[in-house]
Design a protein around this ligand. Sequence first.
Ligand code: ATP
Ligand code: MG
Length: 619
Amino acid sequence: MTTPTAPDNNADHKVSNFLRQIIEKDLELGTYASRRWAGSPGDAAHHAAGQPDPAKIRTRFPPEPNGYLHVGHAKSICINFGLAKEYGGVCHLRFDDTNPEKEDTEYVNSIIDAVKWLGFDWAQLGQAAGSAAPYQASDYFDFMYRAAEALIEAGYAYVDEQSAEDMRANRGDFGKPGVDSPFRSRTVAENLARFREMKGGKLADGAAVLRAKIDMASPNINMRDPAIYRIRRATHHHTGDKWCIYPMYTFAHPIEDALEQITHSICTLEFEDQRPFYDWLMERLCECKLLAAPSPKQYEFARLNLTYVITSKRKLAQLVNEGKVSGWDDPRMPTIVGLRRRGYTPESLRLFADRIGVTKSDSWIDYSTLEGCLREDLENKAHRGMAVLDPVKLVLTNWAEAFGSDGYTEACTQPALPHSAIAEGQTPPADRTFQIGKEVWIEREDFEEVPPKGYKRLSPPKVNPDGSTSPGAVVRLKGGYVIECTGCARDAAGQVTEVHAKVIPGTKSGTPGADSVKAKAAITWVSVADGVKAEVRLYDRLFAEAHPDAGGKDFLQSLNPDSLKVVTAYVEPSLAGAQPDQKFQFERFGYFVADRLDHVAGAKPVFNRVTGLKDSWGQ
Ligand code: ATP
Ligand code: MG
């Protein structure tokens, strides 16, 4: 048994928007209080638990299983499931599988995973007790067929056998009313017989369509007798070869909503012009006694447009098919599987959806807003660790003299989270421990033989114009000892192969002598003794332009050539032992995640850069 989800106590603290206002008004007026299950065919399994609670709103998220979901869908999921949760209602995950050629169970499964991963469990939020299966449009094909016959019988639909070109030409355009089809005046009996022949496979694909009979002169082209059924001999991933006619999306969708007793059917703005047909169909089917009022109502919000990102399944498929990325889950993809592999968390995506809100006018959201939500989520969660991404060896030449032998190592400890990240009453996580020894890896950029003005990191002693010598720079190896730079070694090409320094004993972090010598800077490092080699994938934005597909330009031209750089790094032991999918803040570099698929704890560490510590694209 699943338990109903308690209303979200935070609902009061959320920013109001036009959808919340509509819902609150409907709840107050009891708009849907009289609804009862109509005893919907094919629906029994889902609603075994009985009548819906009239006090509950019911939303739905209706993806077409023809690709992987992207960040725009994540917004829609958060809105639909989120509103249901806030108002103690339910949300249906429903596959709009009316298009047999393009759909696939691979996509069905990926969509189920995505919704669950985002934190929405429709077994609790959307389904009657005991049923974990999502809804699917194809469950209602029988009902849809009956609805089509009922429309024919009531004179609201006809079988049109014009050629596709004639049909297009006769539809007219914005300035020109449509022209009635010669088949528009067929009798009910003739239409019914012909429609049954369509269903019975007597007509070729494309030879006829069933059209709603509305108004060929309507200023809204969607009301000029839209097609509601077409002939398509294709095997459906769910109904197999049972049907050779399939309902059009615009016809199927309102019926799916009605059968599932949806109250608020929330979709993106491009469906605004379809709303009159949605309402027309609901009224006609109530008139035919196939459905009962109150009917669901459609509400539109602005889709998510994100800079530097493409949110069209077709174009995303093109990136995959042309090998521009490694797959749907390439960490540069805006798909939910891609974002997940990149290191985004469900919390950060929900925060993002909240922050961008719901509006009725199209706008662009800056990519940095998404990254900001991730930083905000990980700031207090991701354990810190040190990694050296562009390593050069630092040798502490006086090590044996200071500590007795070249092989001596000493444990250093550092907090996994800074003090500021620990909430009151929360137990801090265990400290990280790593060794310091004679040799450590440091960043190549942390040594400059001729330091630019203001450079505070390692540089060798310098002979001044007056013949005196200034000592080498004094810096702290973060969490370890203070050291003084003495020089470097170079290869024949002049490349620095080793940096040399002296350790200053008694200055270790956390000991009484830590402050006895003043260091100008603290640099990150990883010891040669226990550092582990790691593959680090430095991901950046996939597109170099903010609007990659604006104005019909070829979006492939906007691909960022530097969206991936792979480096061999060294990481401290706490990072090397990460679990796949575990997130970290690599000190000074930003947020990284152990790759879900390729990382093997200890043996083969692989990290993806999620995002830097600050927005570097803003300027
Ligand atoms: P695409 O245009 O990428 O093919 P779609 O709209 O065809 O997407 P569907 O599977 O039909 O994909 O979408 C399911 C739901 O997600 C719909 O209700 C749709 O309105 C919503 N949705 C799709 N893209 C976005 C977006 N960019 N922002 C918000 N919601 C979206
Ligand atoms: Mg769609």
